[in-house]
Design a protein around this ligand. Structure first.
Ligand code: XIL
Length: 331
């Protein structure tokens, strides 16, 4: 049994780092995670108290790890992995193959397809190799789809064709067989053309024996606008035998946020979390940041903000309670 917990502290992780006592029928090690770009002391305090998983918001992206060819920058990623190890937190690796936040040299080098394959494989081998056994899930391929369900025309798709997805997963599994290997994307929470495209690819990959283990649903939502088909959509992926995870949850609000919007946001956090936990193979929920002080939202979605469970002074917002209620259905 879990010890009793105070109503506003430490509610996001049940017991000893998994939710086995909350949802006995579910797989062990369901995670409640947070993505972090930095760890000033107040962030670390909340992280260690509330979460059992961390994602590097930027530090494991290719431009951060290898800004120029063969010149690596591991310091920030290492610090995060070491922090996690010291505090019994799991690490989600994010991300290996993407159209964005790449260094310029792979695109500018005028490489042949075969050279680019070698470059991509080396990147995957190197990142997975460095953290071998220390990362429980990797977002191997990120944002590979267009809204209409076709493959996005990235450097990889353009030069290597859609086979790059299967290759990346195979190379990843060969480099470290322990992490669950994910395809991660946004606007796939609903049953829509984009999630249909991904569903068809996932089915094909599994039929071909490609080591795809999970689908990451980023879940960057607008307040009051969760898709009603979300749970059924996650379930169809879970029914393929795949893990499903919410990997980047936030719920943005047009600024300034009213108290009604903050209340709706709390409901949205709860519903999004329930939509994942209500599905058999939900492996966890990660929020894309802890505090509104450090959120990508205001810089990316003009006029929006207040997207995270803690306000800029590290006070728990109604969203914290919503997330907590979603994570602890029997509390
Ligand atoms: C964002 C980070 O939060 C920002 O700090 C950065 O400037 C851009 O990337 N989908 C993803 C994440 O997979 O990596 C993105 O993170 C948000 C959208």
């Amino acid at each position: 049994m879990r010890p009793p917990r105070s109503p506003v502290h430490g509610n996001l992780t049940a017991g000893r780092g998994d939710w086995g006592d909350v949802a006995p029928a579910s797989p062990p090690h369901r995670r409640s995670g947070a993505a972090l770009r930095n760890r000033p002391p107040p962030v670390t305090t909340v992280l260690n108290r509330e979460f059992n998983s961390v994602t590097a918001e930027n530090a494991m992206k290719w431009d951060a790890l290898e800004p120029s060819r063969n010149s690596y920058n591991w310091a920030a990623a290492d610090r995060l992995v070491n922090h996690a190890a010291a505090h019994n937190q799991g690490v989600r690796g994010h991300t290996l193959v993407w159209h964005y936040q790449n260094p310029s040299w792979p695109a500018n080098g005028n490489f042949s397809a075969s050279e680019l394959n070698t470059i991509l494989r080396k990147h995957i081998d190197t990142a997975l190799g460095r953290y071998k056994g220390k990362i429980y899930a990797w977002d191997v391929v990120n944002e590979a789809f267009n809204e209409d369900g076709s493959m996005r025309n990235s450097l990889w798709q353009g030069k290597l064709g859609s086979g790059y997805v299967a290759n990346a997963l195979r190379w990843g599994h060969a480099a470290d067989p322990s992490p669950k290997l994910y395809i991660n994307d946004y606007n796939i929470e609903a049953d829509n053309a984009k999630s249909d495209g991904l569903y068809n690819l996932a089915r094909q990959l599994l039929a071909q024996g490609v080591p795809l283990h999970g689908i990451g649903f980023q879940a960057h939502f607008v307040v009051g606008r969760l898709p009603s088909s979300m749970k059924a959509n996650l379930k169809r992926f879970s029914d393929l035998g795949l893990e499903v995870s919410i990997t980047e949850l936030d719920v943005r609000i047009p600024m300034p946020a009213s108290s009604a919007e903050l209340a709706q946001q709390s409901t949205d956090y709860k519903t999004a979390t329930e939509n994942c936990l209500g599905v058999p193979r939900c492996a966890g929920v990660t929020v894309w940041g802890i505090t509104d002080k450090y959120s990508w939202v205001p810089g990316t979605f003009s006029g929006y903000g207040a997207a995270l469970p803690y306000n800029g002074s590290y006070g728990a917002k109604p969203a914290y309670q919503g997330l907590s209620d979603g994570l602890n259905p029997q509390a």
